[in-house]
Write a protein that binds this ligand. Structure first.
Ligand code: AMP
Length: 282
C-alpha cells in the first residue's frame, strides 16, 4: 500500500494507472477509521481495480463552534487498518496542500443541501462539496464510495456530480452498525459509557418508525412524533431534527405512499449524532 501526501504525485500515479486501463475506486474520509469506512474500501476493492482512500480533516466543512480542533486524528492506526484490508493507495494531504494561501474558490452546493444539516450547519455542505470536488480532480476515479450514514451528504454529492457533469459514478453504501444498533461514527468515541447508552435512542427511534410503517401507518407526522418520543425517552439532550422525508428531494412527506427516509440529528452532551433509515412497506 502506498501512502502519498503530495497532490501532484497522487494525480500522476492515478493517471498512470488509468492509462494501464485500471478502474479506480475512491473513498474520501476524515480518518479515525472504523468498520463503516472499511466497508466502503471493501466495496471499492470488489468493484474496481485500485482502491484509493483519502484522509483529510477538512476545515471548511466545520462551523466556528464545531469540533474541528478536537476531531480525532489517528493516522497511524488508520494506515494499519487500511493496509490490512487491502487498500492500494492512501492520500493524506496537509491543510497547506489542500488550501494554499489565497485559496478562494468554492462550490455552491445544490438545492438538496438547503434543509436539515444545511440549515443547522451553515456552510457545511459548501465545504463538503468543495473538498470532494478537489479530491475528484486529484484522484480522477471511476467510482466514488460514500456512506448512507450521511444520507444528505450523498444526495448533495450525487446532485453535484449530475449538475457539473462529473465523469464519476457515485455509489451509496449501507450504514454499518454496532451489534446493538448504534451507527458507527468517528464521533462515537466522544461518548462516555452512559452517553453511549443514551445514543441508542437514535436507532431505536428509527426502528419505531419502521414498526409504524409495518403496522400500516401512512402519516409522516405520526412517525415523526413517535420518533421524537423515543428520542426523549433515551433521553437525548436535544433534537436538531427528526423527520420523514422523500428519498431524493429530502422534502418532508405528509402522506406516505412509497419509500421514505427517517432522518435524525440529536445531541448528547457536546456530541452531535446523525442517523437515518429507509422505511419500506413489507
Ligand atoms: P467521515 O470520515 O465521517 O467523513 O466518513 C467518510 C465516509 O464514510 C463517508 O462517506 C461516510 O458516510 C462513511 N461512513 C461513516 N460512517 C459510516 C457507517 N457507519 N457506515 C457506512 N459508512 C459510513
Amino acid at each position: 500500500m502506498k501512502v502519498l501526501a503530495s497532490a501532484s504525485d497522487t494525480y500522476w500515479l492515478i493517471d498512470q494507472l488509468r492509462t494501464q486501463g485500471k478502474r479506480i475506486g475512491l473513498v474520501p474520509t476524515m480518518g479515525a477509521l472504523h468498520q463503516g469506512h472499511l466497508s466502503l474500501v471493501q466495496r471499492a476493492k470488489e468493484q474496481t481495480d485500485v482502491a484509493v482512500v483519502t484522509i483529510f480533516v477538512n476545515p471548511t466543512q466545520f462551523g466556528p463552534n464545531e469540533d474541528f480542533q478536537k476531531y480525532p486524528r489517528t493516522l497511524q492506526s488508520d494506515i494499519e487498518q487500511l493496509e490490512s484490508c487491502g487498500c492500494d493507495l492512501v492520500f493524506t494531504p496537509t491543510n497547506q496542500q489542500m488550501y494554499p494561501l489565497g485559496h478562494s474558490t468554492f462550490i455552491e452546493p445544490p438545492s438538496v443541501a438547503k434543509d436539515w444539516e444545511g440549515k443547522i450547519r451553515p456552510g457545511h455542505f459548501r465545504g463538503v462539496a468543495t473538498i470532494v470536488m478537489k479530491l475528484f480532480q486529484i484522484i480522477p476515479a471511476h467510482v466514488g464510495y460514500f456512506g448512507r450514514k450521511d444520507y444528505q451528504q450523498v444526495a448533495v454529492i450525487r446532485a453535484m456530480a449530475r449538475d457539473l457533469n462529473l465523469p464519476i459514478l457515485i455509489q451509496a453504501c449501507e450504514t454499518i452498525r454496532e451489534t446493538d444498533g448504534l451507527a458507527m461514527s468517528s464521533r462515537n468515541r466522544y461518548l462516555s459509557p452512559s452517553q453511549r447508552a443514551r445514543a441508542l435512542g437514535l436507532s431505536k427511534a428509527l426502528k419505531m418508525g419502521q414498526t409504524l410503517i409495518d403496522q400500516g401507518c401512512t402519516s409522516g407526522q405520526t412517525i415523526e412524533d413517535a420518533m421524537r418520543i423515543e428520542l426523549t425517552k433515551a433521553p437525548v439532550d436535544s433534537i436538531d431534527y427528526a423527520a420523514v422525508v422523500h428519498p431524493d428531494t429530502l422534502e418532508p412527506v405528509e402522506s406516505i405512499d412509497g419509500p421514505v427516509v427517517g432522518i435524525i440529528a440529536a445531541r448528547i452532551g457536546n456530541t452531535r449524532l446523525i442517523d437515518n433509515a429507509t422505511f419500506i412497506r413489507g
